[in-house]
Design a binder for this molecule. Sequence first.
Ligand SMILES: NC(=O)c1ccc[n+]([C@@H]2O[C@H](COP(=O)([O-])OP(=O)(O)OC[C@H]3O[C@@H](n4cnc5c(N)ncnc54)[C@H](O)[C@@H]3O)[C@@H](O)[C@H]2O)c1
Ligand SMILES: O=c1ccn([C@@H]2O[C@H](COP(=O)(O)OP(=O)(O)O[C@H]3O[C@H](CO)[C@@H](O)[C@H](O)[C@H]3O)[C@@H](O)[C@H]2O)c(=O)[nH]1
Length: 435
Amino acid sequence: MQLSVVGSGYVGTTIAACFADLGHNVVNIDIDQEIVDTINDGEAPIHEDGLAEMIAKHAGPESTGRLRATTDYEEVLNTELTFLCLPTPANDDGSIDLSIMKAGAEQLGETLVEKNERHNVVVKSTVVPGTTEDTIAPLVAETGGKRLGDDLGVGMNPEFLREGSAVADFLDPDKVVLGADDDRTREQMGNVFAPLVERADDPPVVETATREAEMMKYANNAFLASKVSLANDLGNICKEHGVDMYEVADAMGLDERIARSFLNSGLGWGGSCFPKDTAAIIAAAESKRYDAPMLNAATEVNDRQPQRFLDLLDKHVDAEGKRIAVLGLAFKPGTDDIRNTRAVPVIDGLIHRGADVIAHDPVAVENMRDRYPDIEYASSVSEALEDANACLVVTDWDQYKVLDEEFDRMETPIVLDGRHCINRREGITYEGLTW
Ligand SMILES: NC(=O)c1ccc[n+]([C@@H]2O[C@H](COP(=O)([O-])OP(=O)(O)OC[C@H]3O[C@@H](n4cnc5c(N)ncnc54)[C@H](O)[C@@H]3O)[C@@H](O)[C@H]2O)c1
Ligand SMILES: O=c1ccn([C@@H]2O[C@H](COP(=O)(O)OP(=O)(O)O[C@H]3O[C@H](CO)[C@@H](O)[C@H](O)[C@H]3O)[C@@H](O)[C@H]2O)c(=O)[nH]1
């Protein structure tokens, strides 16, 4: 099929490359010329396992040519279905900011004026219940002069991929949710996903309406974020009582009803999704006069974890004027994304204490440099640890899990682990956040 994907960010680029790999012809539209040029050169604009290879295979020189990028919306006219993968950030009060989605939908509608055949638009972005039906569909229909359900189909297909494993998650999903308010649109969405469903060995396909599809995404993220927060709540209790939460979590996870995943306690959740999506669904609840006590508590626990980590540092060392190494800047391993990373409140706390911060991350340094131009960045862990008075582990990169004699370079070998990833060894003073 001929597909267009609007937005070449973490989701848009990944799904555009993957749909090309599944045999579709895909044009990826973004307003950022640099991103567009990168993709057309056959390179990945973001760090994501397997993405560079897939883009090289389908875009750029000596590729299948099934993937192209452009800044020109007119290109949607040669396609049958458009995915909207635009950002849905939070307003200051946590509610969803739909301005970028509306601008994209309007631009899409204005372009579709020139198209006579039916076109389908699928919202891939995470949006609060009712957005597709009440805002996006009427906007595209009105600006495009289309009759909804007739020459325009609008659907909602939430995305559950994780950063760091985006390609693998997209190609092998636990479920595919096809939300539409008419059968024809849902059927056409099914055609797009047919090669994926076949390759992934028949994952469950949930056919539903747009509002339910939208809510399924928030429910998923709210559950997972709350699960981590509950693990952190229990972990904080464990710490106060000299109990290792990781041993407890391992045992909890043996119960099939609980499962071990998302019970890793520590610094808590960051990233571009959990914080903004929990805030957005809480705000959506409040707009209907429901105060969502569970989700508010999950957020409160999460917000406290960096402070508990800094308190742990204060217990060991007065950071003023001291050299403190921060290992890990990305919000999780496998990505260069620093959106809502726990490294920010940790570094802020260190700066507030007058510490000399030296930070390391395998891939996220350049992204962090804009935010903190004045702290020191090390190109290796050894360099970061050289003469350090303490080391704070913020992201559980695999390369930190094998650190050993590197700690010998520290002035005072105090290692505080926010992610349960350092191997304890002789000669270091080690303490974990919840164990
Ligand atoms: N990042 C994830 O892991 C993830 C996973 C599932 C769902 N989501 C959801 O998917 C949506 C997109 O997230 P993302 O992380 O890919 O965002 P992103 O910020 O990485 O990328 C968005 C892209 O859209 C482009 N853009 C902005 N305005 C545009 C316009 N008018 N026309 C064309 N392009 C435009 C930007 O230049 C950018 O490249 C959000 O709703 C997010 O919540 C994200
Ligand atoms: O046991 C755990 C698991 C995760 N985290 C943290 O939680 C955050 C989110 O992690 P993860 O869910 O792996 O990454 P994301 O890429 O943010 O993916 C989430 O958000 C995406 C965007 O909505 C969804 O598509 C995914 O299904 C959902 O897992 C990160 O800061 C992790 O460090 C923990 O602290 N403990």
